[in-house]
Ligand binder design. Structure first.
Ligand SMILES: Cc1cc2nc3c(=O)[nH]c(=O)nc-3n(C[C@H](O)[C@H](O)[C@H](O)COP(=O)(O)OP(=O)(O)OC[C@H]3O[C@@H](n4cnc5c(N)ncnc54)[C@H](O)[C@@H]3O)c2cc1C
Length: 420
């Protein structure tokens, strides 16, 4: 069968498998798992058995090498059934990307096949109590001691913590360096000195654990230093976030679609004034806007993921930030309107729509807040504006002279030399 014009045959197969697993293993228990704050191991085993963890692992290391677009399709389907399970899946990619993008051959061979099989789950430990948006301000240290690093300190908000077996931990290895301060080190579950601390009691995504991870003189072999060279951690973290943001954006698309699905079914069944509420224009406007924005988010995410798969490195940061920001703002908006459509029932914890609303909020916060995404987008736009110099003749003369930073300095010097 020929490839679909946009998606590979493999990507569509993985999407179909994810949809089936989502309906059979994720959706039915989602509310119960949310109430009990329990991880859905049964669904995770089904995902592993179906080979879905192989989606984002390169072929050479036991994966499908299906790329970021396929990862987005799979995540979307799982999140549509339960946003928490969507991130429980996607965070495996987030934690694996430092190894995939920056690891040595030995490290890839050691860890990636186990992740592909679903034998080992992964987590990503960047954030700390005092270092969230400012990821450069980390304080967890890793000091050299012979053939080992000794890690000390605490990480905050580790998604999948406790469930995961492999942790990509970002540590300060050179406090004196500005550009090479941080390194990423793999810490495996069971390493002496590594423990799970506080398990967070969250507003939403209660079906995946988020915990503090503690490192008390935790000794790990130097062979676990990702890439084998210290000081590459900040670069690995930023590359990882660019690759992983379409994943969280896809989670948002799934979450938005899940809210919309429930709202549609409800609006067709709920009767007021002798007619289904879906026949009222104001409800229709809400439904139409929810659908339009969800679809716009979906294609922004797919375009970003496709750009990553095509190796369009220059554009990735901006695209990933746009997709993450737009899709997650949409998910929150759609969940809010879905609750509105449910009326009073929407406010009750008796029905999953309340869970959709609670689950949506975190999307605007983690993997870089949406304020941070807007900063990334704006920074890229300002840089790109240099390439729009051909528009300069259309600007007021005064502004033409101050169009570029270099020209501002040139203009000032000229002014000074002319003596005013
Ligand atoms: C449920 C959950 C799961 C998470 N999972 C993980 C995980 O698996 N791994 C991990 O490493 N981290 C994880 N995080 C951490 C998450 O990425 C951070 O919470 C996020 O990056 C924001 O950091 P912060 O909470 O410290 O907020 P802060 O950085 O303190 O920001 C607070 C507010 O100030 C705004 N702000 C900050 N700086 C600026 C600025 N320069 N300009 C404008 N506004 C600004 C922010 O947008 C925000 O609104 C998780 C967090 C949560 C809550």
């Amino acid at each position: 069968m020929p490839n679909n014009i946009v998606f590979s045959e493999l990507a569509l197969e993985l999407q179909a498998t994810a949809r089936e697993i989502a309906r059979k293993h994720v959706l039915p228990g989602a509310v119960k798992h949310d109430k009990e704050q329990k991880y859905n191991f049964e669904a995770a085993r089904a995902v592993a058995a179906a080979g879905l963890f192989k989606t984002f692992i390169p072929k050479e290391y036991g994966g499908h090498g299906a790329g970021v677009l396929a990862l987005a399709l799979v995540t979307e389907e799982l999140a549509r059934a339960d946003s928490g399970f969507g991130v429980a899946f996607a965070v495996n990619a987030l934690g694996s990307f430092p190894i995939i993008l920056g690891g040595t051959e030995e490290q890839k061979k050691k860890w990636l096949p186990q992740i592909a099989r679903g034998d080992k789950f992964v987590a990503f430990c960047l954030s700390e109590k005092y270092a969230g948006s400012d990821a450069g301000g980390l304080s967890v240290t890793a000091e050299e001691d012979g053939d080992h690093y000794v890690i000390c300190g605490e990480k905050k908000w580790t998604t999948n913590g406790g469930v995961a077996d492999i942790y990509s931990v970002f540590c300060v290895t050179d406090p004196t360096s500005k550009s090479r301060r941080i390194s990423a080190i793999v810490v495996e579950k069971g390493t002496p000195g590594f423990t799970i601390g506080k398990v967070e009691d969250k507003m939403g995504i209660r079906t995946v654990p988020v915990v503090e991870t503690h490192f008390d003189r935790c000794r790990v072999p130097k062979t676990n230093l990702i890439g084998g060279k210290p000081g590459m951690g900040f670069k690995h973290a930023m590359m990882t976030l660019d690759y992983a943001r379409p994943g969280v954006a896809a989670q948002a698309v799934g979450a938005a679609q899940g809210s919309l699905d429930l709202a549609l079914v409800y609006a067709n069944r709920r009767q007021q004034f002798g007619a289904p509420i879906s026949s009222f224009q104001m409800v229709q406007k809400m439904l139409a806007d929810m659908a339009m924005k969800t679809e716009a988010s979906r294609w922004l995410v797919y375009a970003c993921a496709a750009a990553i798969d095509a190796g369009m490195a220059d554009t990735i940061s901006k695209r990933a930030a746009m997709a993450k920001c737009f899709a997650t703002d949409t998910a929150m908006e759609v969940a809010t309107d879905a609750v509105q459509i449910f009326g009073g029932y929407g406010f009750m914890e008796d029905y999953p729509i309340a869970k959709c609303f609670r689950d949506a909020k975190i999307l605007q916060i983690y993997e870089g807040t949406n304020q941070v995404q807007r900063m990334v987008i704006a920074r890229n736009l300002v840089k790109e504006a240099e390439g729009l110099a051909y528009l300069r003749p259309y600007l007021p003369t005064e502004v033409q002279k101050t169009y570029k930073g270099t020209e501002i300095r040139g203009h000032a010097a000229a002014g000074a030399s002319s003596g005013g």
